[in-house]
Design a protein around this ligand. Structure first.
Ligand SMILES: Cc1cc2nc3c(=O)[nH]c(=O)nc-3n(C[C@H](O)[C@H](O)[C@H](O)COP(=O)(O)O)c2cc1C
Length: 195
């Protein structure tokens, strides 16, 4: 095997990691989420734009506001997860770019076109969603990402119109019967061609 990452870490992040659908009551602390963020923030985005914004849903009141917009199959797990994160793209991320990309003074102007800016924000925030899922696994926690919800309604509930919610992620230690059946992954030859 040519991978440098040790096999236990490979299992933790990929082979043994599963998408959790139930959770124990064990709390997920602010410190754990800080550690996750302080790790995954180093993963790359285009022009270092970092468009991901996250709202952590902890209170019963906020959870109720979220759950009402989840599709029926996602409601119970979102009600019972110890922590749920709402992950959104900031469509006005370019306002911050001069500080994030100080070596390129024109960075902000590069995103003056709103369509280009929105497409860039959505792509890069989605990449960051993947980093966050792996970060959650690196913390020894399980993630339950979901796109089955009314995105416009969740955006309105937790952000303003300069944002778009992409994914809601339940976070915690897996509970009883946490996994669905493991489905097959495409093999190398089905995905990768060399030209
Ligand atoms: C972006 C994204 C959206 C998903 N949306 C839902 C969802 O709305 N409801 C759900 O039950 N599972 C959802 N899933 C879970 C996937 O079905 C699951 O991660 C995939 O089948 C792999 O499962 P495994 O990790 O147990 O192998 C979503 C996963 C991702 C990454």
């Amino acid at each position: 095997m040519s991978l440098l990452l040790d096999p236990a870490a490979q299992d933790l992040l990929f082979r043994e990691a599963r998408t959790a659908n139930t959770f124990t009551d064990e709390p997920v602390t602010e410190e754990q989420i800080r550690d996750v963020y302080d790790l995954v923030k180093y993963a790359p985005t285009s022009m270092n734009m970092q468009p991901l914004r996250v709202v952590l849903v902890r209170s019963a009141e906020a959870r109720e506001r979220l759950v009402q917009h989840m599709s029926p199959g996602n409601q119970k797990k979102t009600s019972t997860a110890p922590l749920t994160a709402v992950l959104a793209a900031d469509l006005e991320f370019h306002e911050e770019l001069p500080t994030q990309f100080p070596h390129f003074p024109g960075a902000k102007d590069a995103y003056a076109d709103p369509t280009y800016r929105e497409n860039s924000a959505l792509l890069n925030a989605a990449i960051q969603v993947g980093y966050v899922i792996l970060g959650i696994r690196a913390a020894g926690l399980a993630a339950g990402p979901m796109t089955g919800f009314d995105a416009a309604a969740v955006t309105k509930e937790f952000f303003d119109e300069a944002h778009k919610v992409l994914v809601v992620v339940n976070i915690g230690k897996p509970g009883p019967d946490a996994w669905m059946a493991r489905n097959p992954r495409l093999g190398y030859d089905e995905v990768i061609t060399t030209v």
